[in-house]
Write a protein that binds this ligand. Structure first.
Ligand code: IMP
Length: 433
């Protein structure tokens, strides 16, 4: 059976790109199915660093077909810049990239709305990436003001832009913007998007049909999740979430491939936790430990460079998202970042109103009030980024991984000890150790 999915089980930035890049070797097709240029994937190859936002990490292998499916929202200049940046560094991007005609487009008004909504929210701001993601998904669901990639090649494209610009002008003015601040000129926007349409033409296709044919022909397909399951619009820490289904449940809706084809789900976690933007984070360490993790792990946003909030591993959250995404096994990333810390803490349960709970709260205000219950483990002092076999890891590191595995209830299949492809320890070693 053909399909594997790779899902982040925390608040994103779990280093999924590295795992996807490694797994592409065993797959024919790699698919992005939700999110947009709010995602940032870093792939380090032969000492060269590549940052991807929309293009699947499979792009570095020319024999692999990369697909940006219907559930992704696309800002055409970002996608073009990414494609052109890859090409200028010698990476082949042509027939090996296919972008869905059904994918929704981000327009300049979406950026303006993202900014306004963030500023005008009372209380803690969501702290979005300001890439127009939420407003574009809102228009998709609302339908009246939405434009999809395939619409750019239709005769009524100019009329659609004109109608929507007229409506958006009223909305933005109503929100308190002055005309000069949002500068929406329908003719200019139309001309610009026609240029993007021509440059994107070689990549555009019906990815839903393509993927259905592929799974039925027994091709090996890899689904690459963006963000993490705790940011899922329906099942995450709402409203401090992104606007798509970033847990495993997003695969069928975003790609059009029924969930029954996905036979293996790999859940990606960091050896600790991070979060960017607002929202509760029970195990956050806003102190020297958090600072140590941030500096050692270079925990600054790939897209926005914002410092990430850092904290201890949260089993309550990871067990919830592992179940939600149907995870079979775990990849534990950035284990090397914990080296040198004398003592490690794992959050094994929460206390809420004096009661111990194991379930992840369904309301953000309850999550804000939980008190984490920690279990301590001794750390290890030595550097581990050169280690390639599980058996060669310090005993304390092995014990830490075993404990995470038992508590989350899933085996650890992969361990990452550095950003390079080579700095990876695989399950066989784990089991043979
Ligand atoms: P948006 O996706 O830009 O609307 O942002 C909504 C929330 O999701 C904010 O807290 C962002 O920081 C977070 N977010 C979006 N994309 C990512 C990501 O790729 N990694 C981590 N957090 C993300």
């Amino acid at each position: 059976m053909p399909a594997t999915s790779v899902v982040g089980l925390q608040w994103g930035d779990e280093a999924k790109g590295k795992i996807v890049d490694i797994l592409t070797e065993r797959n024919d097709i790699v698919v992005r199915y939700q999110g947009g240029a709010n995602a940032g994937h870093t792939v380090v190859m032969d000492g060269q660093t590549f940052k991807l936002s929309l293009v699947p990490s499979g792009i570095f292998r020319p024999e692999v077909q990369c697909v940006i499916a219907a559930g992704v929202v696309i800002n055409p200049p970002s996608l073009l810049q990414e494609i052109e940046g890859l090409v200028s560094r010698g990476i082949q991007v042509s027939k090996n990239l296919m972008v869905s005609t059904r994918a929704h487009l981000i327009f300049p008004w979406h950026f303006e709305e993202d900014r306004l909504m963030n500023e005008s929210t009372s209380g803690e701001a969501i702290g979005t990436t300001m890439r127009g993601i939420g407003p574009c998904y809102r228009d998709k669901v609302g339908r009246s003001y939405a434009i999809r990639l395939g619409d750019m090649y239709r005769d009524n494209f100019a009329d659609r832009v004109e109608q929507i610009v007229a409506a958006k002008r009223k909305i933005l003015t109503g929100l308190g913007c002055t005309e000069d601040s949002f500068l929406l000129d329908a003719k200019k926007i139309h001309a610009q998007y026609c240029d993007y349409a021509e440059r994107l033409r070689p990549f555009v296709g019906d990815t839903t049909a393509y993927l259905l044919d592929a799974v039925e022909a027994n091709k090996k397909v890899l689904f690459e999740g963006a963000q993490g399951a705790l940011l899922d619009i329906d099942h995450g820490t709402f409203p401090f979430v992104t606007s798509s289904n970033s847990s495993g449940v997003g695969v069928p809706s975003g790609s059009g491939v029924p969930g029954r084809w996905v036979t293996k789900v790999l859940g990606i976690v960091k050896a600790y936790c991070t979060r960017v933007g607002g929202g509760p984070f029970p195990t956050e360490q806003d102190n020297a430990i958090g600072q140590h993790i941030r500096e050692k792990g270079n925990e600054y946003g790939t897209v926005t460079r914002r410092p990430r909030r850092c904290g201890w591993f949260d089993v309550v959250a990871a067990r919830y998202t592992a179940r939600l995404s149907g995870v079979d096994s775990l990849a534990v990333m950035l284990l090397d970042v914990l080296s040198e810390l004398p003592e490690l803490q794992i959050c094994t349960a929460y206390e809420l109103d004096g009661k111990r709970i194991m379930n992840f709260p369904d309301h953000v205000e309850d999550l804000r009030r939980v008190v984490p219950v920690y279990e301590s483990m001794p750390g290890w002092q030595e550097e581990i980024s050169h280690i390639r076999r599980f058996a060669d890891l310090p005993q304390q590191a092995r014990d830490y991984l075993d404990r995470l595995s038992v508590l989350v209830g899933r085996p650890v299949e992969v361990v990452s000890v550095g950003p390079d492809r080579q700095q990876t320890i695989f399950a066989n070693d784990v089991h043979n150790a």
